[in-house]
Design a protein around this ligand. Structure first.
Ligand code: 3PY
Ligand code: MG
Length: 230
């Protein structure tokens, strides 16, 4: 029920995290249907370099795939090409559920899906920042998605987990303006409402804000704190 709750709460899109979250493929397949039922767009994050899973999830109805730790043009290209049908890429044919969930026939889906699905490469290392122009030049790639926690770890050479820090914020602003100049979508993970505001001001268009376990943890602690006997 959790993905559906988020969709019904008013999020425009709900992301299933198969990199760090608890989803296996079957749970993700169920959840994609529940997000659709709740009326939100369907996003999934794959584990590092798992382009085969990107293909399976998009066939099962994910509309956007986020690929973590993309550090070179070649990695971006391999990922994005797995997401797009020829002649653009080399996505393999069998989109049964994706066509169903998007209310299209297979033929309509074939015509439309390259422009209706998003391949986003995560920028979350110093190496990725150095290769950013090359990554942004991949025509099949729709955009980038920043992971500020890993980015801060990488920029500080492992000495600081500081997703809100000034060095990370400067890097995030640069990434957004380069993405905009390249005509690509810029997305980012936000840990707070303040980060959402800052990211919007920097030009980010896809904001991923809130984690189910963090919300539950916070609500549980608040509820306990409100009782007289704890
Ligand atoms: C990061 O901040 O590194 C992320 O991957 C966010 O999900
Ligand atoms: Mg990360």
């Amino acid at each position: 029920m959790v993905p559906e709750l988020f969709a019904r709460a008013g999020y425009e899109a709900v992301t299933l995290d198969l990199q760090h979250g608890m989803f296996d493929f079957e749970a993700a397949v169920d959840s994609l249907g529940l997000i659709a039922l709740g009326g939100a767009h369907r996003i999934a994050r794959i584990p590092v370099a798992d382009n085969a899973l990107a293909g399976r999830l998009i066939d099962m109805g994910a509309e956007c795939i986020i690929a973590p730790m993309i550090n070179s043009r070649e990695e971006a290209e391999q990922f994005a090409r797995a997401m797009k049908y020829p002649p653009m890429g080399e996505r393999s044919w069998s989109p049964r559920r994706a066509a169903m969930l998007s209310g299209q026939t297979d033929h309509e889906y074939l015509t439309n899906s390259n422009s209706q699905t998003l391949a986003l490469a995560m920028i979350e290392t110093q190496e990725a920042i150095e290769a950013l122009d090359d990554i942004l030049s991949v025509p099949e790639l729709d955009g980038i998605f920043v992971g500020p926690s890993d980015l801060s770890l990488s920029l500080s050479k492992g000495t600081a987990l500081d997703p809100n820090g000034p060095e990370t914020a400067r890097a995030c602003a640069d990434i957004a303006s380069k993405a905009k100049a390249a005509g690509k979508i810029a997305g980012i993970f936000c840990l707070s409402a303040e980060m959402v505001e800052e990211a919007v001001a920097q030009g980010y268009r896809l904001l991923s804000y809130g984690i189910d376990t963090v919300f539950i943890d916070g609500a549980a602690r608040t509820a306990l704190g409100e009782t007289a006997w704890t």
